[in-house]
Design a protein. Sequence first.
Length: 147
Amino acid sequence: MFECQCAAGFTGVLCADEIDECSLPKSPCMNNATCVDLIADYRCDCIELWVSGTPVQYGGRNCTVELTGCRENECANGASCHPVLVDELSNNHSYLCHCLPGYHGDLCSETTAVSFDSQYAWIRYPLSVAENASVSFQFRTTIPGVH
């Protein structure tokens, strides 16, 4: 007679059965999150919910922490805000700004674009005035088939 000592995440007489942490006794993930079974662990993939017409995002190990980082964000120039849970234990929240084309920086407040939407071009870039200063440009189109 023998007895197997199973590694973490496995069970059964021969330790051949992987334990599904997502279904014992029920999924640990909340707020309609998807539970992904891992070896001796699980991961919750949180989704955005709509509550009374307002998007609500959750984070944390089990998708139980409402993400509040975007409530008072400073993203500029039409950037979208994405909340970030920095630390679940201390309930520390932050956010990241995803910039529209033509802007960059932590808050998307710095311009990078040159636009040729009509016969006139405009360039918006701060230049310091210096003796013998020069400016060079490289251009690339976003129109398919145009080089």
